[in-house]
Design a protein around this ligand. Structure first.
Ligand SMILES: C[S@@+](CC[C@H](N)C(=O)[O-])C[C@H]1O[C@@H](n2cnc3c(N)ncnc32)[C@H](O)[C@@H]1O
Length: 269
């Protein structure tokens, strides 16, 4: 994962992997703090993150977002006698099944033409017994879905995160945003690599979420900011205090390249 500049899918191209490029199809539009531009034009409050994966089965821990009060009112407009918010959904779906259980009558009613019951008749009977079916005044049954039983809503591809108000590093990113990315796209003990780690926001996120991590940056200021940030992790029963090795590469890039041509071992250390 890398922040995009200009939104071009340059990362996948750089990787030279045509398949990865093909999968680099998800653009996340991030709303951030307005930039102080003098130019004539609309304000610029968005950043782009390019999401792509080398495989077709990347780690994906489906994230869920809490419903807001407004979401509850909109999505679960009804209340039962106890004040529990709920919505109702049809109990039939498109398509007919021939001689199947999902086309049998339920309480003497057949599914509408061209549709079948979403579940078998026994389940419908059970739902009805448990009061989970709402019958309309015209005798139309619908399934009750309670708001407080939902896990939360699916995270969408427009995010609103503010960059820190008092950054410890000029381009420091929002820690909650990195937490979301790290938790969604890695598992405990996965290795998270941030080759442009800046102030180490991703690394801190990886550490507090029990991932292993590697961070790289060419700037001394960034390295100091990263060490400081990692130092703020107290460590407790669930999160280990960072225990890492700091490797300083003193060689210039061209020296490394030269060594690579002559002695691979030395450069790979
Ligand atoms: C946008 S900042 C990363 C900010 C980071 N996500 C944070 O929250 O603090 C990008 C970083 O990439 C580093 N960088 C740029 N080119 C680099 C290179 N070729 N090798 C290593 N680091 C590089 C810069 O020094 C800078 O710290």
């Amino acid at each position: 994962m890398r922040e995009g500049a200009g939104g071009k899918p340059a990362r996948a191209e750089a990787a030279g992997d045509a398949a990865a490029k093909k999968r680099a199809c998800k653009l996340f539009l991030i709303k951030c703090n307005p930039k102080n531009f003098d130019r004539i034009g609309y304000g610029n409050i968005k950043d782009l993150i390019l999401f792509y994966s080398k495989t077709t089965t990347p780690i994906w821990n489906e994230p869920r977002e809490k419903y807001t009060e407004k979401d509850f009112e909109k999505l679960f407009p009804k209340k039962d006698k106890q004040g529990r918010r709920y919505a109702t959904v049809p109990i039939h779906a498109p398509g007919e099944t021939e001689n199947g259980k999902s086309s049998q009558p339920f309480k003497g009613i057949l599914p509408p033409k061209g549709r079948h019951w979403r579940v078998n008749i026994e389940t419908l009977e059970q739902w009805d017994k448990e009061g989970l079916i709402e019958w309309s005044s015209t005798g139309n049954p619908r399934k009750i879905i309670f708001a407080d039983e939902r896990e939360g809503k699916r995270v969408q591809d427009i995010w609103e995160y503010k960059d820190p108000q008092y950054p410890t590093y000029p381009t420091e990113k929002n820690a909650d945003m990195l937490d979301l990315i790290v938790r969604t796209s890695s598992n405990e003990n996965s290795i998270v690599l941030d080759c442009f780690c800046g102030s180490g926001t991703t690394l801190k996120s990886a550490q507090i979420n029990n991932r292993k991590w590697i961070g790289i940056d060419q700037s001394e200021h960034a390295i100091k900011a990263t060490i400081d940030k990692l130092g703020t992790i107290e460590g407790n029963l669930f999160v280990a205090k960072p225990d890492y090795q700091f490797i300083e590469l003193t060689d210039t890039f061209s020296n490394c390249q030269q060594k690579l041509n002559t002695n691979k071992q030395e450069v790979l250390i």
